[in-house]
Design a binder for this molecule. Structure first.
Ligand SMILES: [Ca+2]
Ligand SMILES: [Ca+2]
Ligand SMILES: [Zn+2]
Ligand SMILES: [Zn+2]
Length: 305
C-alpha cells in the first residue's frame, strides 16, 4: 500500500507509513490486482438502500447518495436510478462489524466503507461502517457525500488512483470548504470505461499540479521550522532543509497536513506557535498542537486596521 500514498516502497513500516495508515480510509485493498477491468454493460443502473444507518436521517442519506451518483453521471453516459423494492444492481447498506462478506468493519475510525466491483450478486454493492460519526454537513465527523463518491467509483469499476488530487485516492478527500468534484484523472478514468457524455461538464475538472511542469508557478512559499513549504492550488510540497531534499509523498492536499485549510492560499507565515494562512481578505490562524483552525480574522489585522 505504500505506493499509493506516494511513500518509498521500503517494505518496513516507518512512522510516515503509520500516519498514512491510521488515517480514515477505504477498505478496498491496494494490493489486489485486477485481472481485467470490470464494468457494467447496461447504461441504466439501479441502486437500492437496503439498510439505513443510525446517524443520519433517511432524507439526508438519500440526498448524499443522489449527489454522489450525479458527480459520476455528469461525466459519462450512465443513468442511476433508485429502486425501492426488489433487486437492484447496486445494493447499499450501513453495517456493523462482521456483516458476513469476509471484510468486517472495525468500529469508529480506520476503515469507513468498502465496495465491490461490478458483477452479479454482491458485485457493485457498497457498505458503510455504521459506527462512524457520519455527517451531512461540514461539521466534524465523516462527510457521507465525500466517502460515497469514492465508493461509488469502485461500484462503477474504478480501482484506486495514485493521484493525490483524485476522488479515487485511497484516503478520502475531506475538503470541507471546497466543492467536491471529480479530478481530471477521475474523469479520464471513468470516461475510458464508459465513454464521454455529450453534454460537457459545468467546469473543467481540476488537474493535480505537476512539480516538473515548466510553467508551474507557486501561490506561496514559506519556511516552517526546518522546512520550506511550496503551495499550489490546494496542494503542497515540503522540502526538508536538514536532509536537503524534497519529502516523499507530495504533493498532498493542504488539508491533510493542516485540516481546515481547504483552498489555495495567498501567503502563509509561522508566528508565535501558530501558522497564519492568508486566503483572500481573510486569514486563518492554525494551532499545530491541536491541529485546528482556532480563529478566522481579516487579512489586514496585522496592519492595525
Ligand atoms: Ca471504521
Ligand atoms: Ca449487486
Ligand atoms: Zn477505495
Ligand atoms: Zn461489507
Amino acid at each position: 500500500m505504500q505506493r499509493f500514498f506516494g511513500l518509498e516502497e521500503s517494505g518496513d513500516v516507518d512512522p510516515q507509513t503509520i500516519v498514512a495508515m491510521r488515517r480514515a480510509r477505504c477498505g478496498l485493498s491496494d494490493v489486489e490486482q485486477f485481472k481485467k477491468t470490470m464494468r457494467w454493460t447496461n447504461r441504466t443502473l439501479t441502486y437500492r438502500i437496503s439498510r439505513f444507518g443510525s446517524k443520519l436521517t433517511v432524507a439526508q442519506v438519500r440526498t448524499a447518495f443522489r449527489q454522489a451518483w450525479k458527480l459520476w453521471a455528469q461525466a459519462v453516459p450512465l443513468k442511476l436510478r433508485r429502486q425501492r423494492k426488489s433487486d437492484a444492481d447496486i445494493v447499499i447498506s450501513f453495517n456493523n462489524k462482521d456483516h458476513e462478506d469476509g471484510s468486517p468493519f472495525d468500529g469508529e475510525g480506520g476503515i469507513l466503507a468498502h465496495a465491490f466491483f461490478p458483477g452479479p450478486g454482491i458485485g457493485g454493492d457498497v457498505h458503510f461502517d455504521d459506527e462512524e460519526a457520519w455527517t451531512s454537513t461540514n461539521a466534524k465527523g465523516c462527510n457521507l457525500l465525500a466517502v460515497a463518491v469514492h465508493e461509488f467509483g469502485h461500484a462503477l469499476g474504478l480501482p484506486h488512483s495514485s493521484d493525490p488530487g483524485a476522488i479515487m485516492f485511497p484516503a478520502y478527500n475531506f475538503g470541507l470548504h471546497t466543492v467536491l468534484q471529480l479530478s481530471f484523472h477521475d474523469v479520464k478514468d471513468i470516461q475510458e470505461m464508459y465513454g464521454k457524455k455529450e453534454i460537457s461538464l459545468d467546469r473543467l475538472p481540476p488537474k493535480t499540479p505537476d512539480k516538473c511542469d515548466p510553467t508551474l508557478s507557486f501561490d506561496a512559499v514559506t519556511g516552517f521550522q526546518q522546512e520550506l513549504v511550496f503551495f499550489k492550488d490546494r496542494f503542497i510540497w515540503r522540502f526538508d532543509e536538514d536532509a536537503g531534499r524534497m519529502m516523499e509523498g507530495f504533493p498532498k492536499p493542504i488539508a491533510l497536513e493542516w485540516p481546515g485549510i481547504d483552498s489555495s492560499v495567498d501567503a502563509a507565515v509561522a508566528h508565535d506557535e501558530h501558522i497564519y494562512f492568508f486566503v483572500g481578505p481573510q486569514q486563518l490562524e492554525f494551532n499545530p498542537k491541536i491541529r485546528q483552525v482556532t480563529q478566522t480574522m481579516a487579512a489586514n489585522t496585522w496592519l492595525q486596521c
